[in-house]
Design a protein around this ligand. Structure first.
Ligand code: ZN
Length: 289
């Protein structure tokens, strides 16, 4: 049976944000958290009333309407993900958007679930008129042939995927440094560990602020509650954990609204301290923006 289209709008100052869902991928719990016992992970799942055998990892990107522009942060799985993903384009269109109208695509990092929506398997560019902005540190890592050749066999596919997506536009890609305002009201914040150039984005409009947390955590019920846990996707576990604590501390102290790529839809709320970690408190659904 179908659900309502997976998009949800909210405002940060004058910016209109639209969360756009790209379905989910089922991930067995065995081996998912590198530095916790399976029993502990199952206990955390039970505490959050989630299943004991597998986690449905959801994908939620953001479209930002600001200053007459349509900006995307990340693009979902396209037609390269799990069969339960790939709903992004239908949801994007249901929200009233056309891929031709996207002016800028900003990427948080280069994992497939964030970049593959930019280019279909047959090579089609999904956003033909968009300028492409990527973290310089991420580009430097994934486009380095020496790093690709030295990577373990299991990681070579990820390097190949980055080249598949960005190869045809590599001359036009704009690289940005962390710590800079990359577009009006959008500042890139270095958040390394998940990947070498993993980036979060501080949005600012008038007095309103928000942090796009990208993959600072995978599902918050596991990794906001247990910030020192490391998902297998964290390329440098200890660095990712340090980044996670720093950012979660900051947004909870500042009471900043946050968005996470892998939080339950619409993947936005606030971070409260809880025990030795944190929890995501969802915003209340509203028809008034
Ligand atoms: Zn991800």
């Amino acid at each position: 049976m179908n659900q309502a289209p997976g998009y949800y709008r909210y405002k940060i100052g004058d910016m209109v944000l639209t969360a756009i869902n790209d379905g989910f991928a089922r991930r067995p719990l065995e081996g998912f958290v590198r530095n916790a016992e399976l029993a502990e992970v199952k206990a955390a799942m039970a505490q959050a009333f989630l299943p004991a055998d597998a986690l449905n990892i959801t994908f939620t990107t953001l479209a930002i309407q600001s200053g007459g522009k349509l900006i995307l942060i990340d693009t979902g799985n396209g037609d390269s993900g799990a069969p339960t993903s790939g709903t992004w384009l239908a949801n994007f269109r249901a929200a009233g958007f056309d891929p031709k109208d996207v002016s800028t695509v900003v990427f948080s990092h280069f994992h497939g679930d964030h970049i593959n929506g930019f280019r279909l398997k047959d090579g089609t560019a999904v956003f033909p008129n968009a300028e492409v902005m990527v973290p310089a540190a991420e580009w430097a890592f994934w486009m380095d042939d020496a790093k690709m050749n030295a990577a373990p066999e299991a990681m070579k596919g990820a390097f190949g995927g980055v080249r598949r997506v960005f190869g045809p536009v590599s001359k036009d890609v704009k690289q940005f440094e962390a710590g800079k305002e990359i577009l009006p009201g959008i500042t890139a914040i270095a958040a390394p560990g998940h990947t070498p150039g993993h980036t979060t984005f501080a949005l600012s409009s008038g007095t309103a602020r928000m942090m796009v947390m990208s993959d600072t955590t995978n599902h918050p019920a596991l990794f906001a509650r247990n910030p020192d846990w490391s998902a297998v996707f964290d390329m440098d576990g200890p660095q990712a954990a340090a980044t996670r604590r720093r950012l979660l501390d900051m947004v909870s102290a500042d009471k900043m609204q946050v968005a996470f790529y892998h939080a339950p839809f619409p993947a936005t709320g606030y971070i409260a301290k809880s025990g030795n970690g944190f929890e995501l408190v969802p915003v209340q659904w509203t028809t008034s923006i």
